[in-house]
Design a binder for this molecule. Structure first.
Ligand SMILES: NC(=O)c1ccc[n+]([C@@H]2O[C@H](COP(=O)([O-])OP(=O)(O)OC[C@H]3O[C@@H](n4cnc5c(N)ncnc54)[C@H](OP(=O)(O)O)[C@@H]3O)[C@@H](O)[C@H]2O)c1
Length: 266
């Protein structure tokens, strides 16, 4: 299996010091190993993706807002030369630019735009709507994925698989809307993500890139703490989503998938 021979020090800003493996020179080995970059990989669904792709022997670039606090990622990196941790706040143009510069020329087969926030629930109710908070939710859930996709598009285009996966939610679907009004900032930010990525998919199709939106369903993570509903384990949800991602071909570009592979209504 391909093992990187050296590491480069990436970050130029003080809190952004990360080591990323450099692509190996042997062409044949390089083409055999795939690379995934995951945002928000320090916990929840993002950590689940990082663990599974590491087990599969992929080169994993796990990004997190605070590498110093990401103990699980540090452990994975300590035991696996193909696992690296990089600082990335998806709402920070500077972070994204620094990471993209560090990765210039390195193919990324799969970019998973996973990082997301629901926003403070109390700030999303009538009479208490906090529009600044809405701006933050949009910055992370909607603009962040596009910012990362744009910055890393050359890396994705240079890869074999050329996939960009955005973790959306069925809560973003107009077709599936039902029940009482709830978390409008979160839901609107993900509806906007869906429309944004549907159009992005159409615009990058001639470069061979496949852009997907995937609904993980209700998953037992910090985001769902206190939710009164049946929650799927991270392992199960991530396993099912990876099956969808594996199966996806360019013919699926721009589709909104449920974790079980069904196409969801917008
Ligand atoms: N859990 C569910 O039931 C469910 C259902 C539908 C969709 N989703 C979606 O699945 C994705 C993952 O959610 P989760 O359930 O795993 O939530 P989670 O446990 O709360 O994890 C969220 C992750 O996003 C990161 N993050 C937040 N703001 C960020 C920023 N500005 N830049 C970079 N990373 C940031 C967090 O990092 P920090 O630790 O630094 O905060 C954390 O790693 C989200 O997009 C969410 O909307 C989840």
């Amino acid at each position: 299996m391909f093992r990187p021979t050296s590491k480069i020090i990436v970050a130029l800003i003080a809190s952004c010091v990360v080591a990323l493996p450099v692509a190996h020179s042997a062409e044949t080995e390089k083409s055999a190993q795939k690379t995934v970059l995951i945002t928000g990989a320090n916990r929840g669904i993002g950590l689940g993706f990082a663990q599974v792709y590491a087990k599969r022997g992929w080169r994993v670039i796990a990004t997190t807002r605070d590498p110093a606090q990401a103990t699980e990622l540090a452990q994975l990196a300590a035991s696996n030369a193909d696992f690296s941790v990089a600082r990335l706040d998806v709402a920070s143009a500077q972070d994204v630019a620094v990471l993209a510069a560090a990765l210039r020329g390195q193919p990324i087969d799969l970019l998973i735009n996973n990082a997301g926030i629901s926003g403070n629930i109390r700030s999303q109710s009538p009479g208490k709507m906090d529009l600044e908070s809405f701006g933050t939710v949009l910055a992370v859930n909607t603009i962040g994925p596009l910012r990362v996709a744009e910055a890393l598009l050359p890396n994705v285009v240079a890869s074999q698989d050329k996939k960009i996966v955005n973790i959306s939610t069925s809560e973003a679907s107009f077709g599936m809307d039902g029940g009482p009004g709830r978390i409008p900032f979160y839901r609107a930010s993900k509806s906007a993500l869906n429309m944004l990525m549907l159009n992005y998919a159409k615009m990058v199709t001639d470069r061979g890139v496949t852009v997907l939106l995937v609904n993980p369903g209700p998953v037992d993570t910090d985001m769902m703490k206190g939710a009164r509903m049946k929650l799927e384990s991270v392992e199960s949800a991530v396993g099912q989503m990876i099956t969808v991602i594996d199966k996806a071909s360019p013919a699926d570009n721009g589709k909104f998938f449920n974790l079980d592979g069904q196409v969801l209504p917008w």
